[in-house]
Write a protein that binds this ligand. Structure first.
Ligand code: S3P
Length: 168
């Protein structure tokens, strides 16, 4: 399964919980990208810019989709057409859009220097969120609120998969 959603929605945390409950490996694309680029995420943004970051992210997504693992994506993966199309064309693999009210997402990502695009004025981040919302919705099999405990969020995802007979 693939988890998408804005920064701070809980993709990494929920992926770990699902991995434990389903006894399945998880891969966080934000952890793969530095191994491809040889730099941290802030260093990529500083030295090469967002466009280069999106291409590394696409490569990480493409490689990781070949594996039978739970994937936590980065919040901006949907903004790059090549990555968006890869996710759009998936068959038999559920995509979950994790979401929470914008103010909550913004408060969760404050003070985090590892997110160059989250580390900006609230208006800019809100604009970013608004511009991505349709894309998350259009890719998702189901939208799940993370305004509940990690355990309940994971249980909702697993319940959905059982109902529609999806495999993790
Ligand atoms: C980004 C989100 C980050 C990371 C990078 C860019 C974005 O991932 O990929 O800083 O454009 O929203 P998280 O959503 O895991 O914070």
């Amino acid at each position: 399964m693939i988890l998408i959603g804005f920064m701070g929605c809980g993709k990494t945390t929920i992926a770990h919980e699902l991995g434990t409950q389903l006894n399945k490996e998880i891969i966080d694309l934000d952890a793969v990208i530095p191994t491809i680029a040889g730099k941290t995420i802030p260093e990529i943004f500083d030295a090469e810019g967002e466009a280069a970051f999106r291409e590394y992210e696409f490569q990480a997504l493409q490689t990781t989709l070949k594996k039978d693992v739970i994937i936590a994506t980065g919040g901006g993966v949907v903004t790059y057409e090549k990555s968006y199309n890869l996710l759009k064309d998936l068959t038999g693999r559920p995509v979950f859009f994790l979401n929470a009210p914008f103010e909550e997402l913004y408060s969760r990502i404050q003070q985090d220097e590892n997110r160059p695009l989250g580390n900006q004025d609230i208006d800019k981040v809100q604009t970013l969120y608004n511009s991505r919302l349709d894309k998350y919705v259009s890719l998702a099999d189901s939208e799940i609120s993370t305004m509940q405990t990690v355990e309940k969020t994971a249980a909702e995802i697993i319940g959905y998969m059982d109902r529609v007979n999806f495999k993790a």
